[in-house]
Design a protein around this ligand. Sequence first.
Ligand SMILES: C[S@@+](CC[C@H](N)C(=O)[O-])C[C@H]1O[C@@H](n2cnc3c(N)ncnc32)[C@H](O)[C@@H]1O
Length: 259
Amino acid sequence: MFAPGEMVLLVDPTGKRHLVRLAEADTLHHHLGAVHHADVIGQPEGARVRSSQGRIFTAVRPRLLDSIFEMPRKSGIVYPKDAAHLIAWADIAPGHRVLESGVGSGALTLALLRAVSDKGQVIGYEQRADFIELALNNVRTFAEHSSGNLLLREKNVYDGLVDEDLDRIVLDLPEPWHVLPHVPSALKQGGWLAAYNPSVIQVSQLVDALRATQRYIQVETHEVLLRGWHVQGAAVRPEHEMVGHTGFITVARLVAEGN
Ligand SMILES: C[S@@+](CC[C@H](N)C(=O)[O-])C[C@H]1O[C@@H](n2cnc3c(N)ncnc32)[C@H](O)[C@@H]1O
């Protein structure tokens, strides 16, 4: 049953989503009528509640991606389509210790915390204190149960890594190649490095730097294009609009020195 303090998605009659934190005295003010939180509290997931205009709103728990799209942000974020791909190709799994830098608004952090589960840990290096605060607030708001699995360090990652024995390293910052000298002492051999970069110039420089070390195999760069479809009766066609570009995902696997 929905309880006060819980984040709930109220889906309006047009299908639009409204993320609210339930509080007995609060109301969602909507042009199709007011929805009183008190009418949602105590109801099971999927409940239909009536607004003050008699319109039906549906109450469900948000998906992680609903939270990511709705959360406060001050940086560009890694979209769920890219986070999902990065997690799959860098093979990030329950129990892993993952180093992430920079943390920014914490969108990718939320996806990584979900992937490592309560058995794993995400260690975030972020150089700006205001982003650390924002990311921490977002994790506490949207994934309270996993905030204990997150360790944030206020650090410039280009200066070095104080953590060792990491299973994965994930980078979303302007010059990821500056991190490469610090990787072999921190990442387990056989572990994956993944980087998210909006610009192909960054990708090119990163991949050149990875190859120059002769320590990485399975170096691949991908772009994920997500196209929604409009499906209604005989009108079945791609949506007119899509997100044209977000970023590129590069993965690489650290191996032993060799000749
Ligand atoms: C694009 S944002 C990351 C967004 C994040 N992945 C998300 O999904 O919300 C890049 C972040 O990297 C941080 N950053 C840039 N250079 C850094 C460095 N050398 N060390 C640590 N953090 C850095 C910035 O302060 C910024 O917060």
